[in-house]
Design a protein around this ligand. Structure first.
Ligand code: UD1
Ligand code: CA
Length: 461
């Protein structure tokens, strides 16, 4: 069965009180519309997914660009029915079904879209819509049924009579239409008397009047249908998406301590037997291998950790990679394409920026390594600083393997220190150091015998 999916994302979302289009607001680490598009892509080919854009169309299209889907512009937001009409030129020759989704329902899963398709296929009908009984259906369209259980219409909150407002069967905004019938009747929708908008929901009544059957597909768990209209609903959706993510990871074999305190984005992947501490944030395209430990309050953004990496508490890792068995933190910071080799150790108050740090190398305390390339098994002493910036440009530091950088060394870049070289503690290094050499760059120590005693006696006089 050929399935096309139209996702409506052209509205501004007045109730958000924002300068950003509603579907660009984020929950669970992705924009609202990304959640809906990703669920759609589990069902249909990218070329069969059409997103209707309007408000900030360029931003929405750019955000979704990598997904290779199609777009249709709705320059004036004249209503949900008008929005679907914009997809007609792209899809009207496609047979099969058209599924319509709204871009502001981020909790919807592919599983639910699939069960809608199954319900639709089970008997001859023109359209099927997901509906659900809500204790408080305020804000949702109400689904009107005939004695046979067929849908005869959908009435919006604003237009509903007091009697209709008592109906608890709410319209989800998720529909499956027989494609030829949708395209045939869609242009027949007239502007709503109250709002002047062209409501897609009027299709139910139009199809019913034309003698076709429209069925509700009732689902028990309404949480998936949650439509976001306000910032309060945005934060509720965020909480639900995060709860869902944490459950998914725990069921896949990840230990999460105090799961209610962690923040894990939808795209994050974590290997089996990894342990996530309290208040950890795993953001963006972060991937953890198996048997990793991430200590309390650490924040990892677009980080890639191989198997068996330990990140101790209060560590920040952004856009960087860590090799198998390495140990990072506590209180460490890795950023901008830093690469840490296998079994390397980065300790407290060590910052690495754009640095390649070799296998089994160590920088255990208080250091800044920027724009550097550091070889295997090299030891970086406490307080080592790469002076990579001269006020105008950035310069590189290269340190070979098996080298020893004494504590409190200042390495003025550009600089090269070859394999197995030794840098005496407290040195300022400005010239290249050859392999196997010792470099000292500091004032010699002077001893003045009895100086302190003389000073004391002078004071007594
Ligand atoms: C809609 C339904 C309502 C349902 C509810 C479920 C209609 C008329 N009403 O109401 O029955 O219970 O969703 O969440 O469909 N959009 C466009 N172009 C437009 C107008 C809207 O692309 O011209 C998009 C919006 O960006 C949004 C989606 O369609 O993503 C839904 O629009 P919204 O205004 O939020 O509809 P509701 O009032 O929530
Ligand atoms: Ca809505």
């Amino acid at each position: 069965m050929n399935v096309s999916i139209v996702i409506l994302a052209a509205g501004l979302g007045t109730r958000m009180k924002s300068k950003h289009a509603k579907v660009l607001h984020r929950a669970g680490g992705k924009a609202l519309v990304e959640h809906v598009v990703d669920a759609a892509l589990e069902i249909a080919d990218p070329s069969n997914v059409v997103v209707i854009t309007g408000h900030q169309a360029e931003r929405v299209e750019e955000l979704l660009g990598a997904r290779k889907i199609r777009f249709a512009r709705q320059t004036e937001q004249l209503g949900t029915g008008h929005a679907v009409l914009m997809a007609k030129p792209l899809l009207e020759n496609q047979p099969g079904l058209v599924v319509v989704l709204y871009g502001d329902t981020p909790l919807l899963t592919a599983g639910t879209i699939r069960s809608l398709l199954d319900a639709h296929a089970a008997s001859a009908r023109a359209a099927t819509l997901i509906a659900t009984e809500l204790d408080d259906p305020t804000g949702y369209g109400r689904v009107l049924l005939n004695a046979a259980g067929g849908v005869t219409g959908i009435v919006e909150q604003k237009a509903a009579t007091p009697e209709q407002l008592k109906i608890r069967l709410a319209n989800s905004g998720i529909y499956a239409f027989e494609a030829p019938l949708l395209w045939k009747h869609l242009s027949a929708i007239t502007p709503n008397a109250a709002s002047g908008e062209i409501y897609l929901t009027d299709m139910a009544e139009i199809l019913d009047r034309a003698g076709h059957t429209v069925r509700p597909f009732q689902i028990k768990d309404p949480s998936e249908l949650f439509g976001i209209n306000t910032r309060i609903e945005l934060s509720q959706a965020d909480a639900l998406l995060r709860e869902r993510k944490v459950r998914e990871l725990m069921l896949a074999g990840v230990t999460i301590e105090q799961p209610e305190t962690v923040t894990i984005d939808s795209q994050v992947r974590v290997g089996m037997d990894s342990i996530i501490g309290p208040f950890v944030q795993l953001r963006g395209a972060t991937t953890l291998g198996a048997d990793c430990i991430v200590g309390a309050c650490s924040i990892l953004t677009n980080a890639t950790l191989a198997d068996g990496v330990t990140v101790e508490a209060f560590t920040l890792i952004a856009d960087s990679e860590v090799g198998a068995g390495a140990g990072i933190g506590p209180y460490a910071r890795l950023r901008m394409n830093t690469e840490i080799g296998a079994k390397a150790k980065i300790g407290n108050f060590v910052e690495l920026k754009k640095t390649k740090f070799g296998m089994e190398a160590k920088a255990q305390h208080l250091a800044y390594l920027g724009d550097s390339d550091i070889g295997e098994k090299t030891n970086i002493g406490a307080g080592t600083i790469t002076c990579n910036y001269d006020g105008t440009a950035k310069h590189k530091t290269k340190i070979g393997s098996g080298a020893f950088i004494g504590s409190n060394s200042t390495l003025v870049a550009p600089i090269e220190i070859a394999d197995r070289a030794y840098i005496a503690a407290g040195s300022v290094i400005t010239d290249p150091v050859p392999a196997d050499a010792l470099a000292l760059g500091r004032g010699r120590q002077v001893i003045k015998e009895g100086w302190a005693k003389k000073k004391a006696t002078a004071k007594e006089k």
